[in-house]
Design a protein around this ligand. Structure first.
Ligand SMILES: [Zn+2]
Length: 231
């Protein structure tokens, strides 16, 4: 009887582990549509635009600075009042443009720094997310591998039990396994079958107690045992 109960416990354990292995599991992989990744991509594009505007403004500023520094050469060639007036106006215009552009370059440099800080923070978050996703995947794979090895161990134990078990009893057990939903051997306690909870006739219970022969519950057909048989 002990062998039969042990066999049943192994079989139930195999079924439970195999059903977990067959279940569809969602692997925690990095989602390409992760909102943080999207935000990062958007920020990077925005930064590229700011960089382009910054270098355009900077090169324009360089040209104006060049024009202003070469203005001295023109001054020596001025002959008339009109020429002087034109020279003065041009100088004022360039100075004004330079001041506007210098402000713009400064402003764009500031925006570029802010955007880069924002992006580096997002990068950190993405790296952290990837790390936790990697460790969750590793844990999941380890769990599956350990379950597979458990199942292999259980099958080994099962083979050993079946080898020493009476063949007729094993066949009886196997013939009942499907109709009894995997619970073939059940305890009879104070004449109650623990499989279907019905009270059995006294003579059946006495047979169970004495182990005179293999007894079945008259209602659910499960094989009955008494807890004394386990001692
Ligand atoms: Zn029963």
């Amino acid at each position: 009887m002990k062998d039969l109960i042990q066999l049943q416990s192994i079989d139930r354990s195999i079924i439970e582990k195999k059903s977990y292995l067959k279940m569809p599991h969602n692997l925690p992989v990095l989602n390409e549509e992760d909102p943080i990744v999207d935000l990062y991509k958007y920020g990077k594009k925005h930064l590229d635009k700011i960089k382009a505007s910054y270098s355009a403004a900077q090169s324009e500023l360089d040209q104006i600075n060049k024009a202003l520094s070469s203005a001295g050469g023109f001054k020596s060639k001025i002959r008339t009042n009109v020429e002087y007036q034109t020279y003065k106006e041009k100088l004022e215009l360039l100075s004004h443009k330079r001041s506007v552009l210098a402000d713009r370059v400064k402003d764009l440099a500031q925006k570029m720094t802010e955007e880069m800080i924002g992006l580096s923070k997002l990068e950190e978050r993405i790296t952290e997310n990837n790390k936790s996703s990697d460790s969750a995947t590793a844990k999941y794979i380890a769990r599956i591998e350990s379950l597979k090895s458990d199942v292999a161990d259980l099958y080994r134990k099962r083979r050993i039990i079946v080898q020493v078990m009476d063949n007729a009893i094993y066949e009886l057990y196997m013939s009942l396994i499907n109709c009894c939903e995997g619970l073939v051997v059940v305890e009879a306690m104070d004449r109650v079958c623990k499989g279907c909870h019905l009270i059995m006739p006294r003579d059946v219970y006495l047979n169970v107690l004495s182990l005179a022969r293999i007894e079945h519950c008259p209602n659910c057909m499960r094989i009955l045992y008494h807890h004394n048989h386990l001692m």
